[in-house]
Design a protein around this ligand. Structure first.
Ligand code: BGP
Length: 469
């Protein structure tokens, strides 16, 4: 089977991780511009001040993407380039940059797939309470409308938010992303709700403009499975899916939060402070949502915690997605299993879990349009005689694309696949050491770009529409 002509083969990035130029052309400070400078917050104190300087080298990068035959490029807009203070004055230089970037994509027939919020919040807004302040929602809607109005003639695919569970979880539970708050469950749920309300409002505004494009959101997709069939562990997996999946998918796709979690939050006093207007806005927006973006890296294997649960202090090292942590409510823990395969950063490699999870989604939400908006292998790529031989990445993407193929033949509606990442970039908590790209960036040699083995492989897969996977 070949992937149909409608299926988009893409690759992704995010502004803070590639652009650099943190204070160029009128850009305001973002929360990450500040947070990454706090000693020990990031791996070897790396930050995105320069990143891979994509802001100044985008033409070269897009030309490489075109050479690879990329059909779509998912990138994010840095809010503080458009509104340096979050709201207020617009920065025309910021608009100009993204206009140029979009036009450069279109020059080669690359479909721009635009994320509005990939974690870099204007610092002024963070200081005013960030996602806990409902005025941030107003500012987001204004920013989103500006992007629709300025870019929507050429951009037909918008993603509002990237991975709400990650920036809220890291921001309010583990404290390893801005605003660096630790263990505040109430704030965690409040921030999530404010984000989803903002998403819903942006979707409604987008549809009013009749731009005949599509809008959705990208969520982490990490389906939970019990480590064995013991009743306790089966329960743990159900609990984990309610909190980690349904809480994030139901409000978008069904327009309401899952009862199971609501009941728990009522008991524990952690229910967000929401209004009936906000809840009805979620309901109104749900059917207007065009697609769901899934960021899949690994499943979660869980077991129930029996007896007392020892809280472990969150550190950068134990907050980077590897198993071993207890859930915030002490109900279950994620487990590294002997019979599974893991990356160097202890992320499980499981195309089977991907397929199984996709079937679970279909069961709960029916036929929805999906894009895989992130999937890829973080590795330290071997360099042999000057060539970047990232064979493990080829195998990773190959097996996951095969799972996508199988899912499509099972009637799951997947319209595109975006590898993370198009080019090596800054990992939020793992610096430049953890590589994901098809294109290598030489940090010892003026950030020179070099094609990896996977570059040629992906080019071939796109050309042959995955027939030989
Ligand atoms: C996702 C983010 C990306 C990217 C990716 C890889 O959660 O949306 O921005 O960072 O994960 O993560 P890491 O760099 O931690 O391996």
């Amino acid at each position: 089977m070949k992937f149909s002509k409608n299926f988009l083969f893409g690759a992704a990035s995010a502004a803070y991780q590639i652009e650099g130029a943190w204070n160029q052309d009128g850009k305001g400070m973002s929360n990450w511009d500040e947070f990454s400078k706090i000693p020990e917050k990031t791996f070897q104190n790396t930050n995105g001040d320069v990143a891979i300087d994509h802001y100044n080298r985008y033409k070269e990068d897009i030309a490489l993407m075109a050479e690879m035959g990329l059909e779509s490029y998912r990138f994010s807009i840095s809010w503080s380039r458009i509104y340096p203070q979050g709201h207020g004055e617009i920065n025309l230089k910021g608009i100009e940059f993204y206009n140029n970037l979009i036009d450069e994509c279109l020059k080669y027939g690359i479909v721009p797939f635009v994320t509005l919020y990939h974690w870099d919040l204007p610092l002024t807004l963070e200081k005013e309470g960030g996602w806990l302040n409902k005025r941030t929602s107003d500012a987001f809607v204004k920013y989103a409308k500006t992007c629709f109005e300025c870019f929507g003639d050429r951009v037909k695919n918008f993603i509002t938010f990237n991975e709400t569970i990650v920036f809220c979880g890291h921001g309010y539970l583990s404290g390893t992303h801005p605003p660096g708050i630790v263990g505040d469950i109430k704030k965690y749920f409040q921030a999530i709700h404010n984000v989803f309300y903002s998403h819903a409002r942006a979707v409604i505004e987008y549809k009013k403009l009749n731009q005949y494009g599509e809008i959705g959101i990208s969520n982490v997709f990490s389906p939970a499975f019990p480590v064995n069939n013991l009743e306790d562990n089966v329960f743990a997996a159900k609990h984990a899916n309610e909190y980690g999946t349904h809480w994030f998918y139901d409000p978008i796709l069904l327009g309401e939060y899952p009862e199971y979690v609501i009941n728990d939050l009522k008991r524990s006093g952690n229910l967000p402070d929401w209004t009936t207007e906000e809840l009805s806005t979620l309901k109104t927006a749900a059917p207007l949502n065009d697609f769901m973006g899934l960021n899949y890296y690994q499943p979660t294997r869980v077991e129930k915690i029996i007896g007392n649960f020892e809280k472990i202090e969150a550190t950068r090292e134990n907050s980077t997605g590897s198993p071993g942590n207890p859930s915030f409510d002490g109900v279950y823990r994620s487990v590294k299993m002997d019979d599974k395969v893991y990356t160097k950063w202890d992320w499980e490699i499981s195309p089977e879990g991907f397929l199984q999870g996709l079937n679970m989604l279909k069961e709960r939400y029916g036929q929805i349009k999906l894009y895989i908006t992130e999937n890829g292998l973080g590795d330290e790529d071997p360099i042999i005689e000057g060539e970047i031989c990232d064979v493990p990445r080829i195998n990773f993407i190959k097996t996951h694309l095969k799972a996508v193929k199988e899912a499509i033949s099972n009637g799951i509606h997947i319209r595109g696949y975006f590898a993370w990442s198009v080019i090596d970039l800054l990992s939020w908590l793992n610096g430049y050491k953890k590589q994901y790209g098809f294109i290598y960036v030489d940090h010892k040699n003026n950030l020179e770009r070099k094609k990896k083995m996977s570059f040629y492989w992906y080019k071939f897969i796109i050309e042959s529409r995955g027939e030989q996977l």
